[in-house]
Design a protein around this ligand. Structure first.
Ligand SMILES: O=C(O)CCC(=O)C(=O)O
Ligand SMILES: [Fe+2]
Length: 297
């Protein structure tokens, strides 16, 4: 205690600036992960013990239940505050939910291949807004692990050094980039630092919002359950604060990878919310009572 940050060590903060992620371990208990995912199989209509019933191998379910992170996972909350520059910059309530992303054996019939630029599915998150360098809608990318997530078991592929290429792309497009508008085929080959986001149930990866990542193969066919809730900021990010230290770690990381000390940025088009196609697809996994799916993630 008494350090610069509420939860993160200086080493973790430095790792975030350099490689775009930290993993906060044990943000909630295995028992909590158990009850939170209790209704998942009945919502899917699959038998947990009978893989022959697992028709779809990857399902992104709608969010029905929500938990306020501040009380549900205080350590994660403190780490988020550390990364985005303090509680006062976060639009509250900051919630996680049960919009599970389930990997039951994606491309399990193909030989295992580690993450490379050639892996399929690289993307930036945020299908619900027009992207600018300073966008407030997705202050962080988060991967909440609701089951153990192991090597070759569907652990999300992460391109740790994608912040620079994506930041430069956004800086070059002040008119905004649509959710599927990133030129991923030219951005990913610039990346060389690939990892699998493995961990235990209750661990949480907090990543820079520009980090490219991809659904991984699950050759083990062991059910893998995560969520990817965004953190919403009250105000757009700033890259021209009076003092370097006033920049959040996310802003510092962006400037670091742009190779700039300051980068004033003004969008040249209005900010825009976009209704994701995802919400329409998800309706089939709502409860039998027919509850409508909620908002982002
Ligand atoms: O399934 C995964 O591991 C990643 C999911 C993801 O990135 C997404 O749904 O946006
Ligand atoms: Fe994603």
């Amino acid at each position: 205690m008494g350090g610069k940050y509420q939860l993160l060590t200086e080493e973790e903060a430095a790792q975030f600036v350099e490689r775009g992620f930290v993993r906060v371990e044990g943000c909630f208990g295995r028992d909590v992960a158990g009850w939170a995912t209790e209704e998942m199989w009945s919502r899917l209509g699959y038998d947990a013990d009978d893989p022959s019933t697992w028709v779809d191998k990857r399902i992104h379910m709608p969010t029905l239940k929500r938990f306020e992170v501040k009380s549900f996972a205080p350590e994660a909350w403190h780490a988020v505050c550390d990364l985005v520059g303090g509680e006062e910059r976060i639009r509250e309530p900051y919630m996680w939910g049960d919009g599970f992303i389930v990997n039951l054996g994606v491309r399990a019939d193909e030989p295992w291949a580690p993450p490379t630029a050639a892996s399929p599915g690289w993307h930036a998150d945020g299908d619900f807004f027009l992207h600018f360098l300073d966008s407030p809608e997705q202050g962080l990318l988060t991967l909440v692990l609701w089951t153990d997530v192991v090597h070759q078991g569907g652990a999300t592929f992460v391109a740790c050094d994608s912040v620079g290429p994506v930041a430069r792309y956004l800086a070059d497009h002040p008119e905004g980039v649509r959710p599927n508008g990133f030129d991923v085929p030219s951005l990913v080959p610039e990346c060389h630092d690939f990892i699998e986001a493995t961990g235990s149930a209750g661990d949480v990866f907090l990543l820079h919002p520009f980090v490219l990542h991809a659904t991984a193969q699950n050759t083990l066919r062991r059910p893998r359950v995560i969520t990817n809730p965004p953190v919403s900021l009250k105000e757009p990010m700033r890259f021209d604060r009076a003092e370097w230290e006033d920049h959040s770690l996310v802003e510092q990381a962006t400037l670091h990878h742009l190779g700039m000390e300051r980068c004033p940025f003004t969008p040249s088009a209005p900010r825009e919310r976009i209704v994701p196609e995802r919400l329409r697809r998800q309706a089939q996994y709502a409860t039998p009572s027919g509850m409508a799916p909620g908002g982002p993630a």
